[in-house]
Unconditional design. Structure first.
Length: 256
């Protein structure tokens, strides 16, 4: 069973949301005072352009079904790459909070391998960069990273199990509906065939009745004609008038 169609439908909502969040982040880093150096800032906009391009391909259905999970995750990965580059360039722990949010979004990936890869990448980049940035809350950030990754994995597995079960139930219901439709069509065809045979039976009975009536009328007519013919023979024997005799013989001939 494949849930790629579900991933495609979910991507219609999640992909634009991820792109918008990425764009808003790039706008807010300046007023928040955590903007990276200009080269990194330009690189972040390049990642945003890549996310927009991938999102457009997903929304237009241009991505093959076998690559749809990777393409959807790649949209998220562009944001992760931007955060990693910015945190590395600025050495600010504030970006760790944004990476923790990335862990939450990784849980909505439908493919378990991709979800685990996303979580591991976030932990693999986020924890070392957080330790590198230093600060009194480093240990707390590291703990949140680990616990967030674990929670995201549990949420993903629970969500995917429920989704797979839901899709199985939907397919079972669809198969049952298909079989029911097929049975209804067979029943309809059987009823139509029965109606056709019934019409043929009624037609045959009507024709039989007409034949019986015609045979009865013919039999009665033969009896009448036989009586006329017998009477004609009797009259011929007693009539001496030639003209009258000829008329009676013609009547006898017409009854034969």
């Amino acid at each position: 069973m494949t849930i790629a169609p579900v991933a495609r439908e979910r991507g219609r909502v999640l992909v634009p949301s991820a792109v918008i969040a990425h764009a808003v982040l790039l706008v807010l880093v300046v007023p928040l005072g955590i903007a990276p150096p200009l080269p990194v800032y330009i690189f972040d906009f390049v990642m945003l352009a890549v996310a927009i391009g991938l999102g457009a391909l997903l929304l237009r259905g241009r991505v093959p079904e076998r690559w749809i999970y990777v393409a959807g995750a790649a949209v998220q990965w562009t944001g992760l790459v931007s955060l990693v580059a910015s945190m590395y360039a600025t050495n600010r722990q504030a970006y760790a909070l944004l990476m923790i949010l990335q862990i939450a979004t990784a849980s909505v990936q439908l493919d378990t391998r991709i979800a685990m890869a996303s979580i591991m990448m976030i932990l693999g980049f986020g924890i070392p960069l957080t330790i590198r940035a230093g600060g009194p809350d480093t240990a707390a950030f590291v703990c949140v990273f680990v616990l967030g990754g674990y929670a995201a994995l549990v949420i993903h597995l629970t969500m995917r199990r429920a989704l797979v079960r839901s899709e199985q139930d939907r397919e079972t219901a669809a198969d049952a509906a298909s079989r029911l439709i097929a049975q209804l069509l067979q029943l309809q065809q059987a009823n139509e065939e029965r109606e056709r045979l019934h019409e043929q039976l009624l037609h045959a009975q009507r024709m039989e009745a007409v034949g019986t009536l015609a045979a009865g009328i013919a039999h009665d007519m033969n009896n009448v004609l036989a009586s006329i013919r017998s009477l004609g023979h009797l009259l011929v024997a007693d009539v001496s008038d030639t003209k009258l005799r000829t008329d009676i013989e013609q009547i006898i001939a017409q009854t034969e």
